[in-house]
Design a protein around this ligand. Sequence first.
Ligand code: ZN
Length: 301
Amino acid sequence: MKLTILGSHAAALRWQAHPTAQVLELAGRHFLIDCGEATQMQLRRSKVKFSRIKQIFISHLHGDHYYGLIGLISSFELLGRKNALTIYAPKGIKEIITLQLKISEAELSYPLDFVELESEKPERIYEDDKVTVDTIPLHHRIYCNGYLFRAKIGQRRIAIEAAKKAEIDMAYFNKLKQGYDVPNKSGKLIPNASVTLDPHPPKSYAFCSDTMYYPKIVNQLKDLQVLYHESTFLESHKHLCERTMHSTAKEAAQIAKDAKVETLILGHYSGRYKDLEDFRREAQEVFPNVRLARDRKEFSF
Ligand SMILES: [Zn+2]
């Protein structure tokens, strides 16, 4: 699992401070999560291939989370994209994008689909043979979802030395991965567990975009591997959280602690702070394993 942060800041695009956008690589899929202004430039700088993105997940319709979308959709067209693109976003997105395309008389070279969200409850919105994606309803000024990405449990792994020793023909390796007992070269049935290892634990990532401190989400986040949680402010500006419906670093850490996740990534920093390390310091008072999102930083898990 690889996470590329394209933008990690709140509000307006500033020199070297891009608004929210991330690419999550999970089980071979490339998911774009939020699409703030200049996301396509950040994709290019991070050398993410445009054609690999087939799904885009938008948390909410505040500009710093989706104003890069129409530009990206247009660039896909200019580059002659053929692959279908699906956009998962709050209700309203289809009207916005369709109007922009209509007035400019743009005809796309690829199918563009929308999945509009309006449920206040978590729902499964995407599933394939390797991955599921669920919404995490958040508490913000307008309707807003986080997204929970989970890889499905993989196949058993061959213990090569043990399999060789048991004289199993390679033609049976696929059966072994599926958990079957198989015969060896002399026809003896070999128990699967003696020549295979358990699958790797499935990877999981939750993206919690703009929200107030909202303990209701903890249940959905239990024992996850990686949690991204916004931390727009430090405790010294906690009074601003209520008005703007954002969280502090300490509150994000409390969610991580209560959910018992392995790693917390902070981001969506307000422009008023000079030293982002202050976010880490504040969060670590509550939860030890804190990483800071920064523009174009990559995390591997
Ligand atoms: Zn917002």
